[in-house]
Design a protein around this ligand. Structure first.
Ligand SMILES: Cc1cc2nc3c(=O)[nH]c(=O)nc-3n(C[C@H](O)[C@H](O)[C@H](O)COP(=O)(O)O)c2cc1C
Length: 187
């Protein structure tokens, strides 16, 4: 049974560096035939968290997102850094996914985190905060945070720096994810 890897990007812009980083990670996952089955969770259609809607008439997108997270074996989340923090859209998605208390699909899920930024720190601060938020939500950050600084080159048609340097680090991240918990149903 292959590992159901869910990719989640905290940036919704078309030419997102973080989205691109996750796509490259998806390529690394796909290059291990039969090992990973990777798919993206699109969070752009999630409405703002609303406690009233959580109780009555939960939006279909929220129900779908919770089910998708519940069914995955682990997540890779990439966040942009906005003023030293993860993006609002990502925080909003995690707020929905963290609910209700005691029955969150994030509980016990292993998560690896990534970030990319044109700046010299690569979004490291946002990622540290993201890992804190994930722990609050009951998820389990694993592996080392992977921050890619000065990352504009990610959109190069042939991003050679990714091939030579980063692919190995992404693979190590995915391996730490896969080894952090037995596959669902395989115990
Ligand atoms: C409101 C705002 C605040 C930002 N703050 C930071 C920051 O604190 N640190 C940083 O490295 N980059 C910062 N940036 C630059 C983003 O890292 C950059 O726009 C990045 O490309 C966003 O990620 P994306 O390409 O996945 O959309 C900021 C950008 C915006 C729009």
């Amino acid at each position: 049974m292959s590992y159901r890897l869910l990719l989640m990007c905290g940036s919704i812009r078309r030419e997102s560096l973080n989205r691109r980083l996750l796509s490259l990670a998806e390529g690394v996952a796909d290059s291990s035939p039969g090992h990973f089955r990777a798919s993206f969770l699109d969070i752009r259609r999630l409405p703002f968290y609303d406690g009233d809607k959580e109780v009555v008439d939960t939006p279909a997108e929220v129900v779908r997102a919770k089910r998708t997270v519940g069914e995955c074996d682990g997540l890779a989340i990439a966040t942009p850094e906005y003023n030293g923090a993860p993006s609002g859209v990502l925080q909003n998605a995690l707020d929905w996914l963290s609910r209700p208390w005691g029955d969150s699909p994030l509980t016990g899920k292993p998560v690896v985190t990534l970030s990319a930024s044109p700046g010299p720190e690569g979004g490291r601060t946002a990622q540290e905060r993201l890992r804190g938020i994930l722990m609050r939500c009951g998820a389990e950050p694993v592996g080392d945070p992977l921050a890619v600084p000065c990352a504009d080159w990610l959109w190069d048609p042939q991003p050679t720096r990714f091939d030579s340097v980063l692919a190995g680090r992404v693979r190590a991240l995915l391996d730490s994810l896969a080894s952090s918990r037995p596959l669902a149903g395989s115990a």
